[in-house]
Design a protein around this ligand. Sequence first.
Ligand SMILES: Cc1cc2nc3c(=O)[nH]c(=O)nc-3n(C[C@H](O)[C@H](O)[C@H](O)COP(=O)(O)OP(=O)(O)OC[C@H]3O[C@@H](n4cnc5c(N)ncnc54)[C@H](O)[C@@H]3O)c2cc1C
Length: 377
Amino acid sequence: MTPVVSIIGAGLGGLVLARVLHLHGVYATVYEADLSPTDRAQGGMLDIHTQDGQVALRAAGLLDAFQALILEGRQAHRILAPDGRVLLDLPDDGTGDRPEVQRGDLRQMLLDALPPGMVRWGHKLRVVRSAGTSLHEMTFTNGTTVATRLLVGADGAWSRVRPLLSDAVPIYTGTACVETWLFHADTRHPATAAVVGGGAMSAPVTGKAIMAHRERGDTLHAYVLLNRSLDWFEEIDFGDAAAATKRIAEEFDGWSPALRALVADSDIPPVLRPFYTLPLGHCWSRVPGVTLLGDAAHVTVPNGDGANMAMLDGAELGLALAAHIDDMEAALAHYEAALFARGSATVAMADGFHQTLAGDDPAGHMVDLFRRMSARV
Ligand SMILES: Cc1cc2nc3c(=O)[nH]c(=O)nc-3n(C[C@H](O)[C@H](O)[C@H](O)COP(=O)(O)OP(=O)(O)OC[C@H]3O[C@@H](n4cnc5c(N)ncnc54)[C@H](O)[C@@H]3O)c2cc1C
């Protein structure tokens, strides 16, 4: 049977779309490159906002299941100076609108809400070709070929579907993140656990920052941001974990030992993640039978919105298709008009955040921002 909708990518955006279509009785299949749900670690904590991510989960009928995943107390946020001085300490008083969950838990919840077989694991899209009006033929690296009436690229920053719609290619933003982890921090690294506190911690100076989160239990997950060229990172051998850790930690010489330990004492090899962005205002002219969502449409510097936006895209697309399944082009035109506006706003906000981190006194700007945000709640 030719799937009505083929979704490339079982990330959060693709899975929300699949779930909304399933709820509305629209036949869809998700093709995912990973070999299984546990093939790859799913990253750290995500704050899921009332105005976007939670709207998507409500459309997916999963708001209650989501609430059961929330890790209490993790909305606390502190901003520190490099010497460990606390510049701002916002407690989690239970009134925040950005509850935190583990990304892996959220993805598993979405997978559990789909019928068996709806996700085809080990299907990495290799090429797509047009096979007549509104019909596309997908060939996967496992040799399978499938035709589809609607192809949705939910396949992230390096989407294989995007070239059907647009020539845009993500460009390096000038900032990369190095991820590190400390396990059993309360007992093994009590001073570091104390400076991070119960939720999130940010310690930014111009061009660099250590940001960290208390995950489930007392695992500390840090994002070390460095405003450096790709050439600079290429000189570091990330295959040699000890040397790479030492080199990145050197960037924080002179910082409080408790903060620097988030880098220097990582329990597992540091993971490099350069940040890429699509151009502000990225859009395309309507091409019958194909569209994008999430990072495939508007990848940008992470600033706490990308996963929320991907899920909202998935929900909005699913609802539009369910409402107009006999006129998919009308549904796609409606969906894309809102997507382009939402994507531009996401990229503009992330760019502003990125400029703040790269500019003068990022800690002062973040303190102001968080004070304003907490006053609005
Ligand atoms: C370090 C970091 C921290 C972040 N923190 C946050 C945060 O706190 N809050 C937030 O909202 N956002 C955050 N983001 C952004 C967020 O991770 C992304 O915006 C979000 O994951 C995008 O979801 P997606 O479903 O569009 O794509 P993805 O999550 O990238 O999923 C794409 C899926 O497609 C699959 N795939 C890729 N290519 C193919 C192919 N050819 N064939 C088949 N399958 C394929 C992949 O394996 C993957 O499963 C962060 C990003 C980074 C890098």
